[in-house]
Design a protein around this ligand. Structure first.
Ligand SMILES: [Mg+2]
Length: 229
């Protein structure tokens, strides 16, 4: 059994910055922050980590209540923001996901810093949510490696439910667009496939030594061959 875990932003879709925009709107409307700090980076990080950095940057107490309020209000704003911006499903994504789905012994899931309901809104908007039945999300964890552990645990649970055997998948592949995706793959002993389809250049990804670096997910042959190896 092999498991392929996909990052969302910059890997499956580009939203035109909807997540960032909905974060900014939530901080403005709910926490009275007219402009969120540009020192807080978004790419490849979890919603919880980003939001806690912003709380700190703007002197907002990092309480469970504020995190809960943020999530609720962000989700209200994310849908309209997605609808107002031009985004896209990245080239090759639908074909790759459908090819993987058709393979025996390959399970596909998500490994994303998005909170689960945010991931659902984004992927529903772009017609991709139905392909993914499990994953690791950014609701509880700030560190991406922890999210990867969550995704692998979910994959294991599915595997043992299906096969009634212990143990786990014999190969886990993480597909992502940032150095963070590559590092979190390493943290859980997974293979890393990287594509510079978000905002991270190929050279930066190459420095992290992914197992496979493709230009876009249109490069199915390389990815499928790699999975079969
Ligand atoms: Mg990404």
């Amino acid at each position: 059994m092999k498991v392929v875990l996909f990052d969302i932003d910059g890997t499956l879709i580009l939203t035109g910055g909807a997540g960032n925009r909905a974060f900014a709107k939530t901080f403005a409307d709910v926490f009275g922050v007219p402009q969120i700090s540009s020192n807080v980076s978004f790419a490849g990080r979890s919603d919880k980590a980003i939001s806690h950095d912003l709380f700190r940057a703007h002197g907002i107490p990092e309480t469970p209540e504020n995190w809960a309020t943020f999530q609720r209000e962000y989700l209200v704003r994310l849908g309209p923001t997605l609808a107002s911006l031009a985004g896209e499903v990245l080239p090759g994504v639908v074909e790759l996901v459908e090819k993987l789905q058709a393979l025996d012994g390959v399970d596909i899931g998500l490994l994303t810093g998005n909170i689960r309901a945010g991931a659902e809104q984004k992927l529903t908007h772009y017609g991709l949510w139905q392909y993914f039945e499990f994953g690791g999300f950014g609701d509880r964890q700030t560190e991406r490696a922890e999210i990867a552990r969550e995704a692998v645990a979910a994959a294991r649970e599915r595997w043992s439910a299906k096969s009634q055997a212990n143990g786990g998948p014999d190969r886990i592949v993480v597909i992502g667009d940032t150095e963070h995706d590559i590092r979190c793959a390493r943290a859980v002993g997974a293979y890393a496939v990287a594509a510079p389809t978000g905002h991270t250049p190929s050279e930066v990804l190459a420095k992290e030594n992914p197992d496979l670096l493709v230009n876009t997910l249109e490069d199915h042959a390389a990815i499928l061959e790699y999975l079969a190896a």
